[in-house]
Design a protein around this ligand. Structure first.
Ligand code: PEP
Ligand code: MG
Length: 758
């Protein structure tokens, strides 16, 4: 059974569209379970009915014609109850509903299992048999297992089915919509540029070949280089290998023959795909076929095929200079996994929008996109992005949607939103030099979070009063090795000088989690609970000391540096970091630099830190709450995982309680407390935090004018009343709804998201 399951899942993932997927499933299950009938009913949203979409055993003419509502038949009952129903004789069941066209009167035994995806019933998988008998436990378990596995595949195939039917050459405009998670607000209209990781045969985008002959020639050249490599290795190892081992190299060369893989690639290029896309298609299709073979030796050959493919691809990419990301004007960059490093490389002027298949709204890539003000959608798990290169799209960063080949009507509607956005931005720009002061006179400094070079100019343009978080790891990410002390000193000095005498809070290197350095890879099962932030730097004093020295030197003659420690869990980490800072200070003084001890703070990001706050108070000068991590650790929700994005709720009562507790504890210790997580960038969140008593709010430069405008329109008394109400509520959704309602009633609604087309 397990073998059958593996085979079905593999085959299904290669099927071109939903119809093919369903056809395959019913054929394989019917044969594998040696039963008379296997059918799939899928829920159709427009008619609200379960339609018979595929069957092996029932009358074929009934497929696509027969349907049931969720209150009809046993199929409806399975869907309603969302659990399996196993009957010896379906006909005698009170819910039985006879579907004449199917010819099912002959079948008595019935087993129906719901196909569930993200709490929704997508459909019902049914097996039937002529004689009266109960399907046994192992058969039921098999059906439940296969249905759970197939739910994701069907959901994905449904989402991509329509797009797959349009060949990548098509010019048809169909408003095809894909849903993801909002990453950064805003709307963008432009053309897709797919960024594929190098040497990844599965990630190569399809592209229309401009010059077919040239693509074939490029492919032949790359191929010849791989052949030469194989011959070279073969000759080198000739004396050391047995004859049969040596023969393997001949097998590889044969695989690359014109009559084998190479011939298939050339045929595919002739159909119009570029060499890399054609190669990727041929390699993945062949490798999948081998991977499904029963013979273990042949199954292993799938690895060889993929390896050969990777080698040819590497040469093709080397020749086409694939390292640099070429963006046309209004480029919408689409990546399998958008990383802060990619963002560091692209030219922001030409970038209109960003899409990431993986990641979520609080991934670091999304945070950076917000700070750059680039509309972004994350977690588009079902997006067939490899086929989108060059396609016109509308990206809606408010609702987290992407429309492919949009119609003129939809384009007009979104152009109108773009115009409105510009008007709001122009209005907000007038606030630049005004203070963030409530109508009853409470003043709260608004700081910015920076990391990219361009952030400094944008922040000053928007009236930031300091830097509450400079993510020092960002400049580390766009390099090929650790920057030297001098290099770091120059980078830091630019931030300090731009803001002096205003405070600049520099966080020490915070790598790990979803931030990795290409030259210092950290591979872990559970990276957010692993080697992150201060844990890494304390283990590597040679890296930490260089950074601390560079910061202290950069602060020479300025005096506006504050040093902040990330991911702190216990007091000894603070003691150790303080000792290293003192050592760096003494070293530099001895070397003749005129340096002084800066203010030192810890980030409150781990729940354990919340409960040691009063102990930290004896050791540091300030604290800053990293609500992004604090939320993920408090709610046990990976901030990077789109599947649980719905559970990542900053307005969760537990999060609000902890934020309030931190502010109260800090007050008791007279310890300045700020917040630099994304919550401060939400106008509603900012109001609550201000009412809790936070001394400063730090946020992305893009949202700062919005937050300032909000604060300037309310009184502290109003904010406190709102906080009081919220703190007595126990449901995150209701809190969210109350916040929206309150913002609207205060006339602050238009500062949020505009109403986008449904
Ligand atoms: C946070 O965790 O809230 C924070 C500000 O740090 P980062 O988002 O960089 O992890
Ligand atoms: Mg953090």
């Amino acid at each position: 059974m397990l073998e059958l399951l593996r085979k079905i899942v593999q085959e299904v993932s290669r099927a071109p569209d939903v119809e093919a997927v369903l056809g395959l499933i019913v054929r394989r299950i019917q044969r594998g379970m040696m039963t008379d009938v296997c059918s799939v009913f899928l829920f159709d949203r427009s008619s609200q009915r379960f339609i018979l979409r595929a069957s092996q055993g029932l009358n074929r003419k009934a497929v696509g014609r027969v349907s049931l509502s969720s209150s009809e038949g046993i199929v409806g009952l399975v869907a309603q109850r969302a659990e399996p129903i196993n009957l010896e004789d379906a006909e005698v069941h009170p819910a039985f509903c006879f579907l004449k066209e199917t010819g099912e009167e002959r079948f008595h035994a019935f087993l129906g299992v719901p196909i569930m995806h993200q709490k929704q019933v997508l459909g019902v998988l049914v097996v039937q048999q002529q004689e009266c008998r109960r399907y046994d436990e192992s058969e039921e378990a098999f059906m439940v297992t296969i249905s759970a596995q197939l739910a994701g595949v069907i959901a994905h195939a449904e989402a991509t089915g329509t797009i797959n039917k349009i060949a990548w050459q098509s010019k048809k405009r169909i408003d095809h919509r894909f849903e993801g998670i909002p990453g950064a607000p805003g709307v963008a209209i432009g053309r897709v540029v797919v960024v594929a990781p190098l040497s990844d045969i599965d990630a190569v985008p399809d592209k229309v070949a401009d010059d077919i002959a040239l693509e074939i020639a490029n492919f032949e050249t790359a191929l010849e280089r791989v052949r030469a490599d194989i011959r070279k290795v073969s000759a080198k190892l000739a004396k050391r290998l047995r004859h049969d081992e040596q023969a393997l190299f001949d097998v590889y060369l044969k695989m690359l023959d014109d009559n084998a893989l190479a011939g298939e690639v050339v045929d595919r290029i002739k159909l119009g795909n570029w060499a890399q896309g054609a190669l990727s298609w041929v390699i993945t299709t062949n490798a999948q076929q081998f991977a499904m073979m029963n013979d273990a030796y042949l199954r292993e050959r799938a690895t060889d095929i993929r390896d050969l493919g990777r080698r040819v691809l590497a040469y093709l990419q080397e020749d086409s200079g694939a390292q640099s990301i070429e963006l046309p004007g209004n480029g919408i960059l689409v990546a399998d996994e958008l990383s802060p490093a990619i963002l560091g490389e692209v030219s922001a002027e030409k970038l209109a929008g960003l899409v990431s298949v993986k990641g979520s709204g609080n991934s670091h890539a999304a945070i950076l996109a917000r700070s750059m003000g680039i509309p972004t959608v994350m977690g588009m798990l079902d997006l067939p992005y490899r086929q989108l290169n060059g396609r016109e799209v509308i990206l809606d960063g408010y609702s987290g949607r992407l429309y492919i080949d949009p119609s003129d009507e939809l384009l007009d509607a979104y152009r109108e939103i773009l115009r409105e956005q510009e008007e709001v931005a122009a209005e907000l720009a007038t606030l630049r030099d005004l203070p963030a002061k409530t109508v009853d006179g409470s003043r709260i400094p608004l700081w910015v979070n920076t990391g990219l070079l361009a952030d400094v100019t944008r922040s000053l343009e928007r009236g930031a009063e300091g830097i509450g978080l400079y993510r020092t790891e960002i400049p580390f990410m766009v390099r090929e090795f650790f920057p030297s002390e001098h290099e770091q000193m120059q980078i830091y000095r630019r931030q300090l000088e731009a803001f002096a005498p205003l405070p600049v809070t520099m966080r020490t290197l915070d790598i790990g989690g979803d931030k990795s350095l290409p030259y210092f890879p950290i591979k872990e099962e559970n990276p957010f609970l692993g080697w992150r932030g201060i844990r890494v730097t304390l283990d590597h004093p040679e890296i930490f000391m260089v950074q601390l020295r560079a910061m202290l030197r950069a602060n020479e003659g300025l005096g506006n540096l504050r040093v902040m420690l990330p991911m702190v869990t216990s007091v000894n980490e603070v003691d150790e970091a303080n000792n290293l800072l003192d050592r760096a200070l003494h070293e530099l003084l001895e070397e003749g630099y005129v340096v002084e001890r800066p203010l030192v703070g810890v980030m409150i990001e781990v729940p354990a830190a919340v409960y040691q706050l009063r102990r930290f108070a004896k050791r540091v000068d300030f604290i800053s709450v990293g609500s992004n991590d604090l939320t993920q650790y408090l709610l046990a929700v990976d901030r990077n995982n789109p599947r649980v994005a719905g559970l990542y709720v900053p307005y969760h009562p537990a999060v609000l309680k902890v934020l309030d507790l931190i502010a109260r504890e800090a007050r008791k210790e007279k310890l300045p407390v700020s917040i630099c997580g994304e919550m401060a960038a939400e106008p509603g969140g900012a109001l609550l935090l201000m009412a809790m008593g936070y001394d400063a709010l730090s946020m992305n430069a893009t949202n700062l004018p919005r937050v300032k405008s909000t604060i300037r329109r309310v009184s502290m008394v109003q904010a406190k009343v709102l906080l009081d109400k919220v703190m007595r509520m126990d449901d995150a959704d209701k809190i969210q709804a109350l916040m929206i309602e309150t913002m609207d009633s205060m006339g602050l609604g238009q500062l949020g998201a505009p109403v986008v087309p449904e």
